[in-house]
Every structure is written in C-alpha cells, then in structure tokens.
Ligand binder design. Sequence first.
Ligand SMILES: CCCCCCCCCCCCCC(=O)SCCNC(=O)CCNC(=O)[C@H](O)C(C)(C)COP(=O)(O)OP(=O)(O)OC[C@H]1O[C@@H](n2cnc3c(N)ncnc32)[C@H](O)[C@@H]1OP(=O)(O)O
Length: 168
Amino acid sequence: MPPPHPDAPEPGTRLGPHYHQCFGCGDEVEGGLRLHAEVGKDSTILAEFTVTEAHQGAPGLAHGGLLAVAFDEALGNTVGQMLREPAVTGRLETDFLRPVPVGSTLHIVGKLDGVAGRKVYASADGRLNDPDGPLALRARALFVLVDFSHFTTHGTADPRDVHPDINP
Ligand SMILES: CCCCCCCCCCCCCC(=O)SCCNC(=O)CCNC(=O)[C@H](O)C(C)(C)COP(=O)(O)OP(=O)(O)OC[C@H]1O[C@@H](n2cnc3c(N)ncnc32)[C@H](O)[C@@H]1OP(=O)(O)O
C-alpha cells in the first residue's frame, strides 16, 4: 500500500459534495442519497446517509441498488481523497447481510486495500444506526485511475463541475 498522498485531507475533515448533481452526494438532487463523508483515522473515509421513502425497493425497506450507490460513492471518495487522483469504478461487489429499513442511517467505513498500476482496490463495511451497530453490508471494489480527460471526453463535464481540487 502506498501512503496517502501528501495533500490528502486530515482526519476530521468534512468532505462536501464532489459534484452538486451527483446522485450519491449532491445537494441538488431530489431523492438523492445526500451522503455525508469525513476523513477518519488511518486513511479511512467515514460516510453516512439516511434511508428515506425515496429509496425504497419493498415497503419500508431500502432498495439494494441504492445501497450499492452509497458504497460506490463512499469507496470512490476513499480512493479519490486518499490518492488525490481521479478514478472510476471498474467493479463493485456488495454483500447484503441485513435489511435496511426506511429511517435508518447507514454508517460506512471505506479503506484502501492496495494499488497495482492503475488498479486501486478498496473495501467498506456498512453498519446500521451507529458506527458500532450491526453489520448490514460489505462491499469490495476495483477503481481504475483515469486521466481527467475521461470526464470531458465521455461526459459533458466542465472540469470545475467535478471537483475544484482536480481542475487542470
Ligand atoms: C482527486 C480528488 C477526488 C475527489 C473525490 C471524488 C469522489 C468521487 C466519488 C464518485 C464515486 C462514483 C464513481 C463512479 O460511479 S464512476 C462511473 C462508473 N464507472 C464507469 O463508468 C467506468 C466505465 N469503464 C471505463 O471507462 C473503462 O472500462 C475503464 C476506465 C475502467 C478501464 O478502461 P481503460 O482502457 O482505461 O483501461 P484498461 O481496460 O486497460 O484497464 C486497466 C486495468 O484495469 C483492469 N480492469 C478494468 N476494468 C476491470 C474490471 N471491471 N474488472 C477487473 N479488472 C478491470 C484491466 O484488466 C487492466 O488491468 P491490467 O491489465 O493493467 O492488469
């Protein structure tokens, strides 16, 4: 494992949305997850979001795909903040261990597991209603480091939309 980038934010730093219209963390998306994140100890990212009625798959229960979005977001933040390089999800694997009811808050801890060339491995646990609550989900992901042009070539991004810190 490489050490975190020298410019990686310090533990305790609150991380705002990386993009205001991001479904995972944006504050301008109706029904979005509005996931909040901060830097934890030992190069972890602590993220949380509260399941609302907009996130249901069955009556009163969170949709599994939306829970996977939360992990994609938390893990993407872990990779991006700790390595300070743009990356995209190549693979995301999620174990659903317990149902997650509407109204509950999911507490996610993401960590880097390794880097091999452009491939970055990361994993996360999600606990119900308390950082020490019952384990509800586990996820593992492979992110691939990309040049910033990925977002301008394939998307409509103005660099400033994605993250002010990674403007060329
Ligand atoms: C900086 C500040 C940051 C701030 C925080 C930001 C927070 C952001 C939070 C956002 C969170 C949300 C985030 C989102 O939702 S990101 C949105 C969802 N993801 C995508 O749209 C990605 C779409 N895919 C692609 O663009 C390309 O396929 C990529 C770029 C991934 C690779 O195409 P590219 O042509 O560039 O590279 P390559 O094909 O030579 O592959 C390179 C290496 O990777 C390995 N590989 C690739 N795919 C897989 C796979 N599926 N399983 C296993 N391995 C895989 C591959 O074998 C090779 O390995 P090796 O042969 O070298 O050993």
